[in-house]
Design a binder for this molecule. Sequence first.
Ligand code: 2NL
Length: 340
Amino acid sequence: MLQQIEELISEIKNLKASNAEEAEALRIKYLGRKGLIPALFDDFKNVPAENKKAVGMALNTLKNEAQRVITELKEAHEAGASSASGADLTLPGTSFPIGSRHPLSLVRNQIVEIFSRLGFSVAEGPEIEDDWHVFTALNFPLEHPARDMQDTFFITKDPDILLRTHTSSVQVRVMEKTQPPIRSIFPGRVFRNEAISARAHCIFHQVEGLYIDENVSFADLKQTLLYFAKEFFGENVEIRLRPSYFPFTEPSAEMDVSCSICGGKGCGVCKHTGWLEIMGCGMVDPNVLENCGIDSKKYTGFAFGMGIERIAMLKYQIKDIRLFFENDVRFLEQFKSAIH
Ligand code: 2NL
């Protein structure tokens, strides 16, 4: 009987089943109520006393081995293509919705990318500023209306501490730290104490730029901004500069681009002028250079500033600035983009 048990053990070790039904048939054959192994257990009573220990141990090994092998065969088939619940586990999973960049980030990144090709680096600075960096160094006279509480957010009783109203404060910090040549752009969030409407918001974003070196001229300003306009709005865009005024530049100008909607013929978007205003610019006032420790006899420079919201509204034809700050996914989803 011992020999018979040994043969069964090696037979069981080599069992194969190609599906769950075959595995179940094997279970019935070896372990079922009328199976081979229970039959051997029944014969156990006929084993002579002196052999009982050895045969008993062999029988237990046989039973354990049969249970292990047949359970493994069953589990292998249950974990296959069709599970116990009948679900097809080879189907692709449910995909998560992919997020998208905010339109202001897309436009800012595009502006930064265009100027980096011209060798401009990017600099950032604090949103909470002092009077010197936001106004005084930039040639704002003491009585200038921009300093008024109606236009600027002061966050403590101390009138020296305020939220920056433009990113020019970062340019002042860079000029104070570094001698020319300076060629940088300054993207960032700015704050103005304004009533919120479809066209204005108390928080918005700017990109300003600054180029200071020996012999920088108004022609350099014009050529740089023309390059930017063509890269951003397309090769066929035209620009025009209109005289303007800023405390920190002299001379100063506003730059318009030909309306991309009507191609300059006149439409609702450009208010039938054919032109869209996109930024302010000018030659840095010598007083500003001196305030920041730069020799205005040796160096000249140009600067410019644009509102990112305004550019994004023109680019995507967005009619209400408040949409940028509501973060409604139905709005944000419209800017899914493969780049940036
Ligand atoms: C606008 C106009 C402008 C500047 C910003 C600047 C900065 C320094 C010195 C001189 Cl430190 N200028 N920035 C110059 C001209 C215009 O922005 O309409 N921005 C939205």
